[in-house]
Design a protein around this ligand. Structure first.
Ligand code: SAM
Length: 247
């Protein structure tokens, strides 16, 4: 049987496509792409003309059988998304889950991923982080999600679109207060920018320069500082334990 290659593509700068990714995309029998027109342009630019078929959230489940049949027939298949790493806030999870359940060989071909690129240059703790993808679109649900995340000590990471970046900063300001936020905008592209400050400050920056609200964003927020009461609670518990052991 053939293999499914899960191939990362650039998030802006086309030079970020790895030589291995180019080789794999040039060799597979078919490339399953989120948007065949969008990816067709990338592949033509790379001089890689391979047969393509669409695989997006609305037809992903329906594609499993036909792609599996091709693997069983010995063909190799590549999966790509519009940008970055497939399955990371992008289609492909259902396909990978189903093919792995059938024991097919699934090979990652790693490369660009906006969340990792953003974290690698933000200067926020990266030893533990909590990736949340896109926040809910509706205001109430978005605020509720942020309230539930308020006590998490890990760095919080979100994807955001230019349409909602301001609303999200407003919600961050009200739910998480003065915590440090780093915005990574247009990574690997001409107008790549990192903005750093509390959410209210970042809103002021956008008011002063509306260009700062354009493009694609990774929003990173410092985690909650460990709670004093919790630490006190641990100390109390230890004292109780010592007392009980002494008995
Ligand atoms: N699979 C992609 C990845 O590996 O990063 C993410 C796909 S998701 C549908 C698109 C979101 O990723 C954008 O709304 C933005 O939040 C983030 N993103 C993608 N490219 C970016 C870039 N060049 N700069 C900043 N954020 C980016």
């Amino acid at each position: 049987t053939g293999s499914l290659y899960v191939v990362a593509t650039p998030i802006g700068n086309l030079d970020d496509l790895s030589p291995r990714a180019a080789r794999v995309l040039g060799e597979v029998a078919v490339i399953a792409a989120e948007d065949t027109r969008h990816s067709g342009r990338l592949l033509r630019h790379l001089g890689l003309a391979r047969p393509m078929l669409s695989l997006h959230e609305h037809n992903e489940a329906a594609r499993v059988e036909s792609l599996d049949a091709r693997l069983v027939a010995g063909e190799d298949v590549a999966l790509i998304s519009d940008a970055g790493t497939p399955l990371i806030s992008d289609p492909g999870f259902v396909l990978v889950r189903e093919l792995r359940a059938r024991g097919r060989r699934i090979v990652p071909v790693p490369g660009a991923c906006a969340l990792v690129a953003a974290l690698s240059a933000a200067g926020l703790p990266t030893d533990r982080f909590l990736f949340q993808g896109f926040l809910p679109a509706k205001g109430g649900a978005r605020q509720g999600r942020l309230e539930r995340l308020a006590s998490r000590e890990e760095t919080l990471v979100f994807y955001e679109s230019p349409h909602r970046i301001r609303d999200t900063l407003v919600d961050l300001a009200t739910t998480l207060g003065a915590r440090r936020v780093v915005l990574a905008r247009e990574l690997t592209k001409t107008f790549e920018t990192f903005l750093d400050g509390c959410a209210a400050e970042l809103l002021e920056r956008m008011d002063a320069d509306p260009d700062q609200a354009r493009g694609e964003f990774v929003v990173m927020v410092a985690g909650a500082s460990p709670r004093q009461e919790d630490e006190a609670g641990v100390v109390e518990g230890e004292a109780l334990l010592v007392a009980l052991l002494a008995e």
